[in-house]
Every structure is written in C-alpha cells, then in structure tokens.
Design a protein around this ligand. Sequence first.
Ligand code: UD1
Ligand code: CA
Length: 459
Amino acid sequence: MALNIVIMAAGKGTRMKSATPKVLHKLAGRSLLAHVLKSCEPLAAQARIVITGHGADQVEAAVQATDLAFVRQMPQLGTGHAIQQVVPALQGEGTTLILNGDVPLIETATAKALIDACAGHALVLLTVDLADPTGYGRIIRDPDDDGVLAIVEHKDATPEQRLIHEGYSGMMAAPTGALKRWVGQLSNDNAQGEYYLTDIVAMAVAEGLPVLGIKAHSEIEVLGVNDPVQLAQLERAFQARQAEHLMRAGVRLADPARFDLRGTLTHGQDVEIDVNCVFEGQVELGDGVRVGANCVIRNARIAAGARIHEFTHIDGEAAGASIGEGALIGPFARLRPGAQLGAEVHIGNFVEVKNSTLAKGAKANHLAYLGDATVGERVNYGAGAITANYDGANKHRTTIADDVHVGSNCVLVAPVTLGKGATIGGGSTITKDVNPGDLAVARGKQVALPGWTRPTKKR
Ligand code: UD1
Ligand code: CA
C-alpha cells in the first residue's frame, strides 16, 4: 500500500525572533527538519513531501535529497490549507502520514504505529496527555465508548473543553483518498480564520470511519519548538537521552548534564569524559581514552589509552584528525584538519598542528606551530618553533626526519628538509636543507642602535 509522508514546515515561527526559518534551527547539531526526515527515513515511503513557505528557498536548499519533493504554501492560511496544497502530489490510495517540521524528536516506532493502525482506512491521531495543554487542540472523546469525536482548537474551545488534558500532537495518519476529499471541504469559519486540518476529524466521524487516538509514550517526542526556551528544553532532553545511552554502554561521564554530543560518538571500554565536553560530527574514542574538562572534539579518531587534557580543541573538519595510542594532548592544544599523530606523541599547551603527520614518540610540548609537516619518530620540537609553510601564494611542506631536535624559537621556512638526527640551534631561521646529524645555526647578527631612547608615555 502506498505511503506518503508529508512534513509541514511552512509556518513562520515568529517567537524564535530569528531570520533563520524555524525548522532550520539546530538541535544537537542537526536542523529540526533534518531530525524529522531522519526519523521517517526507515519507513520506506513512496513519496516524502515537505511543505515550505516562510524561508522556502533556504529550507529547500538545506535539506535537498533526491527522494524529497517540496510543495510551497503561499500564503500560509492554516494547517488544512497546507495539506490542500499537497493534494495533487499525494500518490495512491494508501496512507498519508502527516508530521510537523518543528516537532523534531518523533520516533520511527511511533510513526510506524500510526501508519499500521491507519492501514489505509482509519484516521489515526497521535495524542498526548499534557500537564499544561494550553494552545493545543483538545481531543474530544465520546463519554460512552471513548471514541474520538473531534479536535477543538484551544482558541475555539469552551471553558469545559479547555479542562481536557489530552491534546493533539499535530501528527496523524490518514487514508489518502479520504484525506484529499476532506481537505477540499474545510472552511475557515473559526476563531483564527484559518483552515484547520483538525476539522477533518469530525468529517471522518460523520462518515462513520474509524477514528483512533494513539497516545505518545513520552512527551519529548511530541513537543514542538516555538521559541528559544522550548528549543533549549528539547536540546537538554535529547542530550540527557544520549548521555544515558552512552553511560549504559559503559562510558563514564563525570556529569551527564554537562555533556553534549552533536553527531555520533563511538567508543571502546573504560572511556572517561570530564565535564563540559562537546563532541561533534564523527568521533571515535578507543579503549581507556580520557577526555579532560572543557574539550571540543569534532571529526576525530582517538586511539586507545590517549589522554586529551583540559581545554583542548580538535577539529578534523572534512579531512579528519587522528591521535595515536597513548598520546598526550593538551591542555590548551589545537589540532586541525589532517593532524595525524602516531602513538605516544605529546602535544602540549598552545601547540597548533594542521595537515601534519607526527610519527611515534614525537613531541611538541609548548607554544609551537606545525603545518604541512612530516615529522619523524622521537623528534623534539622546541617551544616557539614554527613551520613557515605559506609563502603568500602557495603552501609548502617541511620534512623533519627521525630524532631531529629543533631548538626554541626556530622558523623552518618550507620547503625544507631536516635530515635524521640533525639539531637546529635555538633562534635559527632555516631556509636550506640540513644534512643528517648536522648542527645548523642560522641567526641574524645582533645589532646595536646608538642614540635609541625608550619611548615615554605621552600625557
Ligand atoms: C496545531 C493543531 C493543534 C495541535 C498543535 C500541536 C491545527 C489547526 N491545530 O496547532 O490541534 O495541538 O498543532 O502543535 O492543525 N503550518 C504550515 N502552514 C500553515 C500553518 C502551519 O505549514 O499555514 C505548519 C507549521 O510550520 C507547523 C505546523 O504546521 O510545522 C503546525 O503549525 P502551528 O501553527 O504550530 O500549529 P497550531 O495551529 O498552533
Ligand atoms: Ca496556527
């Protein structure tokens, strides 16, 4: 039976007070709309249609996918009007699942339960018992058999109806043929002057079609985002769920309330993560990895036994970054795309590494820059040493063979090669290759400037 999935995302989201369309605001690193799309991906729909309106160009560009269709709703005259716009795009006589682009945490299993209960002939509503149902459409049930009779919007509800705590989540599964017919009959004769999709419930009841209300298991999966407060609440709820999942899998989080994962974290055993760490993209932590407080780690692989000390920033971007077994990184280290560190490498405070390979046991412990460099085993790279890898137009490589010692405050002007076991005297500016085992010292002459006086403060 054909399944259509329609995601309503045309609304303005005025209370976000943002130029970004509401459904593009991020939750755990992914847009609200992308969360919805992800949860309905496994449902094997014939068609997935997103209704856009406010910020349509931006929304459509942000979630492009070959199997997605977009239908524009201009202007936005209500949820029923939104569905009227997709009628020509709905395929077959099966089931149409309607989701909200701003209700991000709907679970695949719940969506599937709606579709199964509909089976192409019943109207199935996802409802939720709410402590405070203000603003929600109320589910009106038959006092005799508990069957759903109608949804009454909050603004149209009588004081008695407002006492009902069962609200409509905004998500439903409907028989496609009947849905098309019903939305053609909607009127906007109501408190908001809108075409309410929820009016189809009374139509289904009048036709004698089965109408079912399925209650959501958790409130989280039906909560919508209308303002920054709700966005932050859902973010915390989502993070708490991820944190719990990781802890149950054995990861020791110092405080699950101070943990953020915006992507995927895979891990071995005995992993420990201190407070206030943020993981983004794809991150892999091997057995026994320890991450100190206040680290940000994005797109990186960290091998077994490595220690990431406090305040370290690792961003592999598209190229990725990798850290070898038993390596010690930080505190205050910065690893950038293409940093590939071997086993037992030490990267200390205020050291930046970009697009560079460091072999086993190489050390750069203080205040240094390694960019576009290949560094051999056991190299000691002194404080203040810099690869001058950029000539203003092109990047060049620096090659440092095994066992080289680079003294403090050296500038290695690329392209340049330092042979195995060479020593570079502190303060040298190296522009020519150094032979293996040689000591190279290249410093400017000390210059005295007679008659110079120290500037004094202007008053
Ligand atoms: C709607 C339901 C209400 C339910 C609530 C749950 C109706 C009439 N009411 O309320 O019963 O309790 O959701 O959150 O359906 N949208 C469009 N085009 C429009 C209007 C809205 O695409 O013209 C989209 C919005 O972007 C949003 C969704 O539809 O994703 C719901 O719109 P919203 O205005 O938040 O819902 P309410 O009308 O408040
Ligand atoms: Ca509305």
